[in-house]
Write a protein that binds this ligand. Structure first.
Ligand code: TRP
Length: 331
């Protein structure tokens, strides 16, 4: 069976943007691929050395989010990156295959520096995408479902896999990115992207009252003043959300038609979106509550998943060292 490797940094709770961007794909594909979902806590060290005390709780939250949307721990291996320390050794070998110039040209480096107000990037931050390549290739991932922002990292991973195979022999698959074709989910403030740090997100774990408040204050068509004005549906965040989350397609079509012709107000469109989001989030909240009841369950899932991932990483590392002729003292 082909393999999927994907994951998140434990920065806090996941939101609807994550769902559309990658969680949905993870859930859908876990039956046809052997799936690994990692929680990338090593990656947190590249930007948040000042906030390491929050990581433990964030790991729990992200795992709960994965489980709550329907990732099934019987089918999917959920694991913690730092419990698979082979990743770090693989990263070391890979770091010799990437020039400093190539690493500096990865566009996310500048973005991270800007977002975290870093003027002098550490050697570790420069290595961020190389560490990600180690994640993907330590389990020989074939397919990597990620958001569009991660595309350059998967491209680098492909280069590293090819380069290693060329130099030392065929050890790695050349993985493919799986990026949703849709545009990004906008924030509730109309910004082009939903982001935790942007304060414009609806979290998967938000309660009904919070969801309602966020939707009722959401941006719509800025040029429409009266409910009787013809409105714009395209690019209107409320309708982007209806398209993404409302399972009642007939209702969405009807609302769009009436909006375009000035026969429905923003309030009704939003109320129906609140109802649709509740239909979507209700079962997610229930599953979350079930897993959250006993904190030992999450711990157990992460421990056994990490053991499984570690066995794979160990095997890959042996193959790498043999291919590189580093096994001169056995092993
Ligand atoms: N860099 C990814 C992000 O910020 C997280 C990540 C780390 C990842 N290792 C990965 C994603 C491997 C996919 C595959 O979202």
């Amino acid at each position: 069976m082909k393999r999927i490797l994907t994951g998140d940094r434990p920065t806090g709770r996941l939101h609807l943007g994550h769902y559309v961007g990658t969680l949905e794909n993870r859930v859908k594909l876990q039956d046809t691929y052997e799936t690994f979902v990692l929680i990338a806590d090593y990656h947190m060290l590249t930007t948040r050395l000042d906030r390491l005390d929050e990581i433990g709780q964030n790991v729990r939250d992200v795992v709960l989010d994965d489980l709550s949307v329907g990732i099934d721990p019987e089918k999917t291996t959920i694991y913690l990156q730092s419990l698979v320390p082979e990743t770090a050794e693989i990263h070391l070998y890979f770091s010799m295959l990437v020039t400093v110039g190539r690493a500096q040209r990865i566009p996310t480096l500048k973005e991270q520096m800007r977002d975290h107000e870093i003027t002098q990037p550490s050697y570790g931050l420069l290595g961020y995408p190389i560490l990600q390549a180690a994640d993907i290739l330590c389990v020989k991932g074939d397919l990597v479902p990620v958001g569009r922002d991660q595309e350059s990292h998967i491209e680098l991973t492909r280069e590293i896999a090819r380069r290693f195979n060329e130099l030392f022999g065929p050890v790695f698959p050349v993985p493919e990115a799986l990026i949703p074709s849709d545009r990004l989910l906008p924030g509730v403030d109309g910004a082009s992207k939903m982001g935790k740090s942007l304060g414009n997100a609806i979290d998967l774990a938000d309660d009904p009252e919070t969801v309602k408040q966020r939707v009722m204050r959401m941006y719509t068509d800025p040029e429409r003043i009266h409910a009787t004005d013809p409105g714009r549906v395209e690019g209107n965040p409320v309708f982007v959300y209806h398209d993404a989350f409302n399972d009642d397609r007939a209702e969405v079509d009807d609302l769009k038609e009436r909006y375009r012709t000035g026969r429905v107000g923003d309030v009704e469109v939003k109320k129906r979106l609140v109802a649709a989001l509740e239909r979507f989030l209700g079962p997610i909240r229930e599953r979350r509550a079930r897993y959250a009841r006993d904190p030992k369950i999450v711990e157990e899932i992460v421990r056994s998943g990490s053991e499984r991932a570690r066995a794979e990483a160990r095997r890959t590392l042996h193959e790498m060292r043999a291919a590189m002729r580093l096994d001169y003292f056995g092993e």
